[in-house]
Design a protein around this ligand. Sequence first.
Ligand SMILES: Nc1ncnc2c1ncn2[C@@H]1O[C@H](COP(=O)(O)OP(=O)(O)OP(=O)(O)O)[C@@H](O)[C@H]1O
Ligand SMILES: O=c1[nH]c(=O)c2[nH+]cn([C@@H]3O[C@H](COP(=O)(O)O)[C@@H](O)[C@H]3O)c2[nH]1
Ligand SMILES: NC(=O)CC[C@H](N)C(=O)O
Ligand SMILES: [Mg+2]
Length: 520
Amino acid sequence: MTAEPSHDRILIIDFGSQVTQLIARRVREAGVYCEIVPFNAAPDVFPGYGAKGVILSGGPASVAEMGTPRAPQAVFDSGVPVLGICYGQMTMAEQLGGVVEAGHHREFGRADLSVVAPSLLFTGVWEDGSRNQVWMSHGDRITQMPPGFRIVGVSENAPFAAIADETRHYYGLMFHPEVVHTPQGGKVLSNFVRNICGCAGDWSMAAYREEAIARIRAQVGDGKVICGLSGGVDSSVAAVLIHEAIGEQLTCVFVDHGLMRKDEAHEVVNLFRGHYNIPLVHVDAADMFLSALQDVEDPEAKRKAIGRLFIDVFEEEARKIGGAGFLAQGTLYPDVIESVSFSGGPSVTIKSHHNVGGLPERMNMKLVEPLRELFKDEVRALGKELGLPDAFVGRHPFPGPGLAIRCPGAVTKEKLDILRQADAIYLDEIRKAGLYDVIWQAFAVLLPVRTVGVMGDGRTYDFVLALRAVTSVDGMTADFYPFDMNFLGRAATRIINEVRGVNRVVYDVTSKPPGTIEWE
Ligand SMILES: Nc1ncnc2c1ncn2[C@@H]1O[C@H](COP(=O)(O)OP(=O)(O)OP(=O)(O)O)[C@@H](O)[C@H]1O
Ligand SMILES: O=c1[nH]c(=O)c2[nH+]cn([C@@H]3O[C@H](COP(=O)(O)O)[C@@H](O)[C@H]3O)c2[nH]1
Ligand SMILES: NC(=O)CC[C@H](N)C(=O)O
Ligand SMILES: [Mg+2]
């Protein structure tokens, strides 16, 4: 947990819901700092955390079953306001003397909430007597409220859809206020953190910048820092922020691992050197990465191998400048959440982001990660605050393992060359159509599948290329971009005509979840 002591803070206890991160986002949108802690770490974290309120997330387990997770008793003993959402509501009800039954009354998706009594939680949002759209995803339900609570809202299948004990400031919601399908849900969460918990709502990027600089100085002292710079938004913002904090103690290192897109290495280095007076070392490590990846097919093995090599390169560069005690990276909150699985914790590891779960166990340098608590859109806002040019702030994300995770199966130089050309054409068409800034991320994937085609009256037997484009706010959830068919036809024709080795193009229409954005 990172200290953010000069602002009010909310602690979110995670029971493993797929949408816990969205609770954090909504709370921050209300100008309030918050962090997520897994339920099994909560008993240690809560007592010293200084939370002005606690939110209990949803989760896949059933409160009606023995041995399922509970909130720390200390939370209820502390007197801070508590909001339970779905599983969080049910465990709160059970822990405070109510009864929960396992599910015959499943509600998944859109539901109507009838407000049947006034509550501070709904003030200025939903009037007493109104019916409102909410989103539910549960099978269990409360059948008996704990003492001191009353019903505030009901739905067709949940007689206790919203309950409150206004005296003790305990609130429980069966529905999920954090998802966009509960259109007024953000305001409900804002009511909780601002009006009920009494948080000031003064958490902003300008404040974050000042505090982050102070923290970097305190951590680093007069030590030297190597910063992994990819040219992406995150590391560019991290580098500029760290430079503001410690000036010449910083050296940036750009690793060309041979898995970059077309012309990317030179563009990044020139752009950065053109704008900043920060020392930047350009390392050509393509042979080293490609030979290490030669026979690696498993996605996690690829990620781990790349993570390890990155560190080898950083350590080597540190030696060249006479040693550096610290390694800085543009790690974001979603990288941390998606990579880390606490043992016995609620959520599973989806993929090891090279800069977190993919790091080797033994590290000589200490990590400096000033963006570790931020979501992508917050980093972009911080970048604007720091005056970064749009060429950095508006860039689509590009994963550290690069094209290796866009080449399912073994990675070869030939495949990378094909992918590079096709990807460049696809992005060129996107820019020409004026869609680059509308789309959150777009890229091509070279599939390890060959199909038969006919070109110039001859038979071809070449690779299939998949195109991907998504819209998103923070990369945690995403929708596929609904291209016009003419656009897709145009891009496919150009790729097949101009790139040798591809004779078929397909478009990926999977959202996240259930897909992820990258294919590996
Ligand atoms: N080629 C590279 N050279 C040096 N460091 C890198 C490279 N690729 C990734 N990194 C390090 O790993 C971190 C995480 O990579 P990631 O792709 O998430 O962030 P980014 O590249 O800075 O931003 P974006 O997500 O917008 O691409 C980076 O912030 C950077 O510190
Ligand atoms: O720096 C990174 N190192 C990684 O190992 C990594 N894996 C995925 N990504 C990027 O994260 C976002 C979410 O991707 P997924 O839906 O595929 O998990 C998308 O923007 C991905 O491009 C990575 N970035
Ligand atoms: N979304 C949730 O928190 C679900 C809670 C519990 N697993 C149920 O099905 O009722
Ligand atoms: Mg990147």
